[in-house]
Design a protein around this ligand. Structure first.
Ligand code: ATP
Length: 293
């Protein structure tokens, strides 16, 4: 096999808590992550020379060694002494720099894809170990689903995820948020309210979406909203338009709302997309990366 196609899926956070900071600067977190059915299509083809070439439909991502997919391919071939190159095509659908782990998910797809192309037979655990060198969200993105993530985001405990019937309205305003800057601000802030992750996990287990939606909480949200009030405005539009609850994902700026009823979600989408082009209605998914031949 010398080429492979994969789906590389985005995530939302149903909660984020920040518990502290490690000496190396990484933050200690406890958060619930959920894969959603919004994905980039990735095609990897082997090259006999040793170049890594990246092509993409997006002009928002780097096409050189700064792209996370370049770093992932280079790391794998250096780790296993492989003297080959690859061409990587990325059809981008996941909003960039959105708090939806788009880059991490693309990197995860490269690890899964090259494991197959180069017959490396690496276990998921080994892939997660390698992924962690690329970023804290990469290990989660490999398998995806629903997890409670702790440590710096790499200690993954699988949990029951959202019901497939729940509609997720996702809206990414057209503004840039620096993840690093938001985490730096949270250091100097006294966190007054935190999510109750065990309660949220129980809500998921009991399929109590209403209680889950009303109790989702992201400690980063106040920091990002202070800088970008439009995030709060999007949440308010969602809750005024029948969302069970709405929250910012990651460090932002994407906002999502949970809906029991698809018609209500589509109605709110039609309101939001007049102002925000990147608005989607999706469901949750069980698999982060999917090989689809
Ligand atoms: P997270 O939720 O993990 O913080 P994010 O959704 O906020 O991630 P990304 O979409 O991963 O952010 O983009 C963050 C930065 O990484 C952007 O500035 C982007 O240019 C860069 N980047 C590098 N490679 C990629 C890639 N393959 N896809 C998207 N962004 C990439």
């Amino acid at each position: 096999m010398n080429s492979i196609k994969l789906k590389s899926r985005a995530k939302i956070n149903l909660s984020i808590d920040v518990l502290g900071k490690r000496q190396d600067g990484y933050h200690l977190v406890e958060m619930i992550m959920q894969t959603i059915d919004l994905y980039d299509l990735i095609e990897i083809s082997e090259r006999e020379d040793n170049q890594i070439i990246i092509k993409s439909t997006s002009n928002e991502i780097p096409l050189d060694c700064n792209n996370l997919v370049y770093k992932a391919a280079d790391l794998i071939r250096n780790t296993f002494d492989i003297n080959k190159g690859v061409e990587i095509y990325i059809k981008k659908n996941i909003p960039v720099a959105a708090g939806m782990a788009g880059g991490s998910s693309n990197a995860a797809a490269i690890l899964v894809g090259l494991n197959k192309i180069w017959n490396l037979n690496l276990s998921d655990q080994k892939l997660e170990e390698i992924g962690l060198k690329l970023g804290a969200d990469v290990p989660f993105c490999i398998n995806g689903g629903a997890v409670l993530a702790s440590g710096i985001g790499e200690e993954l405990t699988p949990i029951k995820g959202l019901s497939k019937d729940v509609c997720i309205l996702v809206c990414k305003p057209d503004l840039f948020v620096s993840t690093k800057e938001i985490y730096e601000c949270i250091d100097s802030k006294h966190i007054e309210k935190r999510p109750n992750n065990q309660f949220l996990i129980d809500c998921l287990k009991n399929e109590n979406t209403r209680q889950l939606a009303e109790n989702m909480f992201n400690v980063l949200e106040e920091v990002t909203v202070d800088k970008h009030p439009v995030i709060q405005q999007i949440e308010d539009i969602m809750t005024r338009n029948k969302a069970l609850g709405a929250m910012m994902s990651g460090s932002g700026p994407t906002v999502f709302g949970l809906y029991e009823n698809r018609e209500d979600a589509l109605k709110c989408k039609s309101i939001l997309e007049k102002q925000f082009k990147q608005t989607f209605v999706v469901a949750c998914e069980e698999k982060g990366v999917e090989v689809n031949g």
